[in-house]
Ligand binder design. Sequence first.
Ligand code: ADP
Ligand code: MG
Length: 690
Amino acid sequence: MLDETPVATLRGVGPKSAEKLAAFGIETVQDVLFHLPRRYEDRTRVVALGSLRPGDHAVVEVSVDLAEVKFGRRRSLLVRVSDGTGSLMLRFFHFSKAQQAGFERGVQLRLYGEVRRGPASLEMVHPEYQRIGEQDNPPTEDRLTPVYPTGEGIHQLTLRKLSEQALALLDETNLPEWLPEPLRTPTGLADLQAALRYLHRPPPGADLAALEAGTHPGQQRLAFEEMLAHHLSLRAVRQRATRLQAPPLEEGDDLLQRFYRQLPFTLTVAQRRVVDEILHDLAQPHPMMRLVQGDVGSGKTVVAAAAAVRALASHRQVAVMAPTELLAEQHFACFQRWFDALGIRVGWLSGRVKGKARRELLEAMQSGDVQLLIGTHALFQEDVAFDRLGLVIIDEQHRFGVHQRLALRDKGRERRRVPHQLIMTATPIPRTLAMALYADLDSSVIDELPPGRTPVQTVALAESRRAEVVQRARQACREGRQAYWVCTLIEESESLQCQAAEDTAAQLAEALPELKVGLVHGRLKDTEKMQRMEAFKRGELDLLVATTVIEVGVDVPNASLMIIENAERLGLAQLHQLRGRVGRGSQQSSCVLMYRSPLSQMARERLAVLRETNDGFEIARRDLELRGPGEVLGTRQTGLMQFRIADLLRDQALVPQVEQAAGWLLQHAPDRVAPIIRRWLGHATRYAQA
Ligand code: ADP
Ligand code: MG
């Protein structure tokens, strides 16, 4: 089988190059076949010089008129050639004596290269060339020439030779076709072999524009199968979950009522609907795996708390995990406020809770005094023992991959029994990405904001107008409102970032002596950070200077002005998160995006999107368009989900077909599911066995 035939069995691949290829992701002959060309060159026909245009890549046949060495800024060899329809200049910067001597007047050459506009005429710089005679010349290529993406120490010619051999092997040992006829024919999907052959060696006249855009039916065929494999692997995880057991949590309706009664507000319709969906899942004897999506400020915390009440009333422990300490502390404060009234003790744990405090907390959990634990990922360290963990809640963590989700769930595992899992994200995920990333989860959407919110007005101002912005902050605070001033320095170290925030705070305190200016950043002690946040919340500070530590979850309703420095450096999602810190009360809120000129095109578009809309889903969609899925999901850094051929943005239109096909296969050809997953995800499917 080609998926098990090591690439080292191909001619010309020694141990050294096998190693390089492996690092590049090519280990088997099948990998060679799935490594598709980036573009193609047409070397199938000879083009007349007279019809060349700058930018063309072309084969031409010419005779040499004149060769001379020029001594300009760089020594170069110039060769004037012609073919009766026009002439062309060849330019070489590196050349040997022998090479130079070869370009005698009248010598016939076949050239391949890119045509450029030179100072006096069209040129080719360092073209590939071979000597030819008047007659009996070797034929030109009969297929388009593939140009593959290359890697560290892996040359174009090597990849061409490898694909040549791999295609020959494909004649003898077919790659099994896993997509059955009823799936392929109606959707117009080519068969696998034909697609691969075509894509590696397209015939002359192939639709190059479609090929280079990745929309050719052959590419779509492969992208389709790859997306299908990812989707199926996530569905398999979900399927397996239905075979696991979880404690059905169904007690405590009265406690839930008491919980609702002591809230200072009533739930929105959307919140109630989502709570119902969650409570329904929790009552099942199988683990819930549910994603709650809701824009910033839509009120996810209280929904999570309601789920926690249900679990606690059913005598189970609950773990609430947030990505940063600041956010975890905030949840802690919030839950404490709500749960005190119910007589429930809430525990808090981060990496910085050490020694005696930590011991006492762990004991309180053992004895059952603390049933609800809130914290950072420190919650899942070895010595934290949950003995009756019933529900794991993860907040604001859209960068979790399926592996991590399963690892967390398994922390509370007792044989086949696992806790329920609730994941909350404020970064709405466009449908395409959701299908690719979260097909293992059920999903609920809080698609309504609590009443009385007014949309945030957003303006973008150049850094040169800083004085005006300072005035604005003064004015807002004079009116009894509060403001955030966020300093960003994203490429720099955290300590530089904190330094910048300190400097800004000092400058603002000087410029605005009548205001109380506070400062929070990542290097403060927890207690310090917490105290300053609380002081801001109580209105004892007017202006809070902060680093992006306040990005997620911070909630101070009276704050109605958000100023973000160097906004051009942040992504859309992050800016939307930051802006979401205001607009939480009933007064008109605004957000000032300060930028340094000149703005790049991309930055300009990002700022424009934020001015146009406050809708997190719309922003996510535009973010996907502007940056592509790798950036939006952070997969580029984390390797969360890597596609070889599919591009979630380009191939969005395939999503409904992929979902349908997955359903069809699971029902009619379940034996093909595993081979499809294995073909595309290979070893990465470890987690699917969880
Ligand atoms: P997010 O979804 O961004 O996590 P939060 O849970 O922090 O939002 O809620 C934002 C604010 O809205 C909090 O101050 C919270 O108390 C308040 N809130 C939540 N639900 C409601 C509601 N139904 N009515 C009024 N205010 C609400
Ligand atoms: Mg939140």
